[in-house]
Design a protein around this ligand. Structure first.
Ligand SMILES: [Zn+2]
Ligand SMILES: [Zn+2]
Length: 388
């Protein structure tokens, strides 16, 4: 079965919703208008609406029949602090804010599925539509979980999807097990002793210490992480000093770490602190490491991945469903929800022509032609999972 007929009929509506959200981007935890739009649509479809879960999060609950079986479907709503360079009619109306990751499309697709499911009610059980705020690294998923998301709206399994530029339209990618890296941010504060730039013997130069630490940190991935595991450690900021003739008192290194298991994430953190403190001590300085996990590794349940793939196959045909896509080094906070409830996260092609512009780029736009595929995926998933 290809795209659901009723969803194909809704394509113009879903595109209009998507473009409206695109034109009104809101950053993480500021999705007030977007949450209003989502809540109003859900109510219009006859779906029970719960607001303020994880601050600006919205949950819609749709019941059909009498079964207590349940499914959670999740979309993210936040935009990015990027100045859009597109000139089309639905471009951002807000300076410096932009839907450059396609969360406008994710939200619109889930609304499309919600409308279809509320009309057809061809299932027996409970669907929880989860509209999450603040996916872009500021803790929207954790905020919803901390607000009792899965206690108040129990889900037997949860599913989500992200568009993927460069992957042809109408194609899906579904991976079992680890799919996306976990991510940590770190700051290493180095305390030396300031002195005159011409009298280094009177001080302890934190710039030199920071430089040695930066180089030494590169041994962690190459010498401490098992070669069969994958990790990346990037020092992305070095801050110190204000003058040509002053050896500063302090320096700060900051950056990010990515890996596909919690064990490797923790191993890198432990070694980082040891290397930073040890190298600093060798120069008579002190270093303090703050290593913060921001994203958990995203791990799909193999059985739920098979189930999700079967839905994709139904919609797009087996030849359009990739089961062994490469691991993705970027992170995604749906991982925290998957740590609570088993489920699967999939990728949906955004197109290799017009839809190929990478996410987080000022020229990016979600491809409206992908909307019926994503909405059909969510809708069919519910009908099959909660079949009568
Ligand atoms: Zn993003
Ligand atoms: Zn995204």
């Amino acid at each position: 079965m290809p795209i659901l007929k009723r969803i194909a009929e809704m394509h113009a509506d879903i595109s209009a919703w998507r473009r409206d959200i695109h034109a009104h981007p809101e950053l993480g935890f500021e999705e007030h208008r977007t949450a209003d739009v989502v809540a109003a649509k859900l109510a219009e479809f006859g779906i029970e609406v719960h607001r303020g879960i994880g601050r600006t999060g919205v949950v819609g609950v749709l019941r059909a029949g009498s079964s207590e079986r349940s499914v959670g479907l999740r979309a993210d709503m936040d935009a990015l602090p990027i100045r859009e360079t597109n000139t089309f009619a639905h471009r951002s109306t807000l300076q410096g804010k932009m839907h450059a990751c396609g969360h406008d499309g994710h939200t619109a697709m889930l609304l499309g599925a919600a409308r279809y499911l509320a009309e057809a009610k061809a299932f027996d059980g409970i669907v929880n539509f989860i509209f999450q705020p603040a996916e872009e690294g500021i803790g929207g998923a954790q905020a919803m979980i901390a607000d009792g998301l899965f206690r108040r709206f129990p889900c037997d399994a949860i599913f989500g999807m992200h568009n993927r530029p460069g992957m042809p339209l109408g194609k899906f990618a579904v991976r079992s097990g680890p799919m996306m890296a976990g991510g940590a941010f770190f700051d290493i504060d180095i305390e030396g002793r300031g002195s005159h730039g011409a009298r280094p013997e009177a001080g302890i130069d934190p710039v030199l210490v920071a430089s040695h630490i930066t180089v030494a940190l590169q041994s962690i991935v190459s010498r401490n992480v098992r070669p069969v595991d994958t990790a990346v450690l990037s020092v992305t900021q070095i801050h110190s000093g204000d003058a040509y003739n002053v050896i500063p008192q302090t320096a700060r290194l900051s950056g990010t770490v990515r890996a596909f298991s919690t064990e490797v994430m923790e191993l890198v953190g432990r070694n980082m602190a040891r290397v930073a403190e040890g190298v600093a001590a060798g120069f008579g300085a002190r270093a303090k490491t703050d290593y913060r996990s921001i994203f958990a590794p995203l791990v799909n349940d193999p059985q739920e991945a098979d189930f999700a793939a079967s839905i994709c196959t139904e919609i797009a045909g087996a030849e359009s469903v990739r089961r062994d896509p490469a691991l993705i080094m970027a992170s995604e906070d749906f991982s925290f929800m998957l740590n609570e409830v088993r489920g699967c996260y999939i990728n949906l092609g955004n197109g290799d022509g017009e839809g190929a512009c990478e996410v987080h780029n000022p020229s990016y736009d979600f491809n409206d032609a992908a909307l019926p595929y994503g909405a059909s995926f969510f809708a069919r998933l519910v009908e099959k999972r909660l079949g009568r």
